[in-house]
Design a binder for this molecule. Structure first.
Ligand SMILES: [Zn+2]
Length: 261
């Protein structure tokens, strides 16, 4: 790729030498001015970083001009002292390209780090495929389970309806499935808000009682009652969260673990 680069200069300061010094050419007094320049490196004419500074002297009377280092030693000293009093300062734009590049690199670095941190946070845990399975199963809940495809739900629908009052049980959606000798029973209740928290757990008890009729006693039961936004109640062989407003759905995940024969 063709890259145009090089160095350029601009005047950064201009002042009169205040000491009473005569021009080496026309011998006028108080006519010498110092012009300070800054060189900078540019890429495609964009200043990238500053290079050296240098001074030129000009006599306002005879227009004699020369570089500082061509002056007699005494004059060089006068320029030096003049610069000490009022030092030429380089403008920030002499390094703007470099500053922007560094800023851009820092920015890229920062978003890479942030991206990596977010990536690590979002990286699914090895067992997260079970969460996905649970999500899919919750979506499979239906108000009208069919005997042919989900006989347990079909039975639960009517059994729970018989045993629970104070709740629109006909609106409850069901889905059940087996995994070895484990059974997962998912209920989805969209109007749980209208039910007193203290009586919500009756729904889980009713499911358990109804299951007693149709599944063997040693079947491990994983029951989850899902609400509009989150799991409301969970009961598994090892845990139960039946407060009725929030339950840890991860408690259901062991259902999906492969059962050793
Ligand atoms: Zn002069």
């Amino acid at each position: 790729m063709f890259i145009l680069f090089g160095h350029s200069k601009s005047q950064i300061h201009f002042k009169k030498i205040t000491e009473d010094i005569e021009c080496p050419v026309c011998k006028s007094h108080n006519t010498l001015f110092v012009y300070s320049y800054g060189r900078y490196f540019h890429v495609f004419y964009i200043p990238f970083f500053p290079l050296n500074k240098f001074n030129q002297i000009q006599c306002s009377h005879c227009k004699y001009t020369c570089n500082e280092n061509e002056l007699p030693y005494s004059l060089q000293n006068a320029v030096y002292r003049s610069n000490l009093l009022n030092p030429p300062k380089r403008p920030i734009w002499h390094g703007i390209g470099g500053l922007l590049s560094v800023g851009f690199i820092v920015f890229l670095f920062a978003i890479t780090i942030i991206g990596a941190v977010i990536g690590i946070r979002q990286e699914p845990k090895p067992d997260d495929s079970r969460k996905e399975l649970l999500k899919i199963d919750i979506e499979k809940t239906t108000e009208n389970p069919e005997y042919e495809t989900d006989s347990v739900s079909f039975f639960l629908k009517s059994c729970v309806h018989e045993s629970v009052s104070g709740m629109k049980t006909e609106k409850i959606r069901y889905y059940t499935r087996y995994n070895g000798d484990k059974i997962l029973v998912l209920l989805k209740v969209s109007d749980m808000k209208k039910v007193e928290k203290s009586t919500r757990k009756e729904l889980v008890y009713a499911v358990e009682n109804c299951l007693d009729f149709i599944v063997p006693e040693d079947t491990e039961r994983f029951i989850g009652v899902d609400g509009n936004w989150n799991m409301l109640m969970v009961k598994t062989p090892t845990a139960s969260e039946l407060k009725g407003d929030f339950a840890d759905e991860e408690l259901l995940l062991p259902f999906y673990d492969i059962t050793q024969p």
